[in-house]
Design a protein around this ligand. Structure first.
Ligand SMILES: NC(=O)C1=CN([C@@H]2O[C@H](COP(=O)(O)OP(=O)(O)OC[C@H]3O[C@@H](n4cnc5c(N)ncnc54)[C@H](OP(=O)(O)O)[C@@H]3O)[C@@H](O)[C@H]2O)C=CC1
Ligand SMILES: CC(=O)N[C@@H](CCC(=O)OP(=O)(O)O)C(=O)O
Length: 393
């Protein structure tokens, strides 16, 4: 049964979740009596699921997060999983934390048969990804977690990524996957360019404020910090325990490749060019991300206006939460989840505000938002497989 026909059947059999808020905070999750969860060892194979999903790059950090979430998803079954160096291995030897699930062995992409697959999560390094996606069959829905299809301006891509784009036609087709901002476009997309982690944490608070002209688009300063999993699982000298622990490392100062992605999203909101100061830092924790954003308010705008606008913009959203007045967002509060927590504070310098936004880089900053997007494309409730609380402390 195709994903589309199943989803329409499913939708008609349960009318309780037409709006994402119906799965919102405090709501009961749908009991799923029609649904078959197929991924536990005692369960049935994935053929009983409505949508057959491939995970490319399943031996990496974002791939493993996709697998963790799919294990919780009643409608997506895992049809195939690929790796590069680890092709041929069982997932239990690569990720023992997934060994309680009945999952296919890792294979090389060249050996994958996509004829029986409906959708793929592409969790591959940027640069490599565009070549691989170019070779995939057209019937596949694709959510790409890499940076390859995020920048609309190909000359900007070349400038920041140091090479010409090798799949420009696909790039034109791609829809940027910042779910809360571009939901309607994402629903109809075949290829979604899932946003970067820093750009997600920055755009979610700033886009509604810029659209409402409540912050000046000059003088935006972003001080951002990421856990080390943001850099992926492959070995790199600067990511050794000894290099990272007990220290704070700035990197990419003035030239991080997320600058054009952030500026592109903010310019779309502003309707004019936006330039930001952005400095990322690596901090000694495995996952989590905070962006502390310093903005100037136009004359006459008060901090309460920013707060109210954020509250209003996200009141119907499950995954973006504007905290109670004065409560400070902490990375602990989003660990392992698809939530983005935001708050805004008055700066001591009159006319300025400080916005704090936290996400889990691997979930809302990558695999969780990717699942949210595939849910949308397939016509499922946006929060299927994502509705749970953080691991705290
Ligand atoms: N980590 C994060 O927080 C975020 C990452 N991203 C993006 O998501 C993508 C994946 O990141 P992440 O999971 O962290 O990366 P990892 O390095 O942890 O994983 C990369 C995966 O790709 C496979 N791979 C590597 N090279 C090739 C190749 N040439 N052909 C086929 N497969 C290959 C690896 O296989 P093997 O292990 O077998 O070699 C592995 O499964 C990247 O583009 C990254 O920029 C986006 C947002 C956040
Ligand atoms: C800590 C760390 O190294 N983080 C990565 C960003 C991860 C991410 O979102 O990256 P993509 O744009 O590659 O998808 C970096 O700064 O390059």
């Amino acid at each position: 049964m195709s994903a589309v026909s199943f989803s329409s059947l499913f939708w008609h059999s349960d009318h309780s979740w037409n709006h994402p808020k119906e799965f919102g905070r405090g709501r009961k999750q749908q009991d799923g009596k029609l649904l078959v969860r197929c991924s536990s060892k005692s369960g049935s194979p994935s053929s009983q699921n409505a949508v057959r999903v491939g995970v490319l790059g399943a031996s990496g950090y974002t791939g493993s997060e996709v697998l963790r979430h799919l294990a919780n998803h009643p409608q997506f079954g895992i049809a195939l999983m690929t790796a590069d160096r680890k092709a041929g291995q069982p997932i239990s030897s690569v990720f023992p934390h997934l060994s309680t699930r009945d999952l296919p062995d890792l294979i090389a992409i060249k050996d994958a048969n996509f004829s029986d697959v409906d959708a793929v999560f592409c969790c591959l390094p940027h640069g490599t990804t565009q070549e691989i996606i170019k070779g995939l069959p057209n019937h596949l829905k694709i959510v790409d977690l890499s940076a390859d299809f995020r920048l609309k301006d190909l000359s900007e891509y070349e400038e920041w990524y140091g090479q010409p784009h090798r799949a420009p036609d696909l790039q034109k087709e791609a829809v940027y996957g910042l779910t809360e901002v571009l939901r309607d476009e994402i629903k109809n997309a075949r290829l979604v360019a899932n946003p970067g982690c820093y750009p997600t944490s920055v755009q979610l608070p700033l886009v509604p404020l810029i659209k409402a002209s409540l912050v000046e688009v000059k003088n935006i300063i972003i001080d951002a910090k990421s856990g080390v999993s943001g850099a992926g699982r492959s070995a790199k000298e600067n990511l050794l325990f000894t290099e990272v622990t007990e220290g704070l490392n700035s990197y990419g100062v003035t030239r991080h490749r997320h600058v054009p992605e952030i500026e592109q999203g903010l310019a779309d909101a502003a309707g004019s060019k936006v330039t930001v100061s952005f400095t990322p830092h690596l901090i000694p924790m495995s996952r989590g991300m905070q962006s502390t954003i310093y903005v100037e308010m136009p004359p006459g705008v008060r901090i309460e206006d920013l707060y109210q606008q954020l509250k209003l913009s996200y009141e119907d959203e499950e995954f973006v939460v504007v905290l109670e007045n004065g409560v400070i967002p902490r990375t602990h509060s989003v660990k392992g989840t698809n939530y983005c927590l935001i708050n805004v504070f008055p700066d001591r310098i009159p006319g300025r505000a400080i916005i704090i936004s936290v996400i889990d880089n691997l979930v809302k900053g990558a695999s969780g938002q990717a699942l949210q997007n595939l849910n949308l494309i397939m016509g499922f409730p946006e929060n299927l497989g994502l509705h749970y609380l953080p691991l705290f402390p």
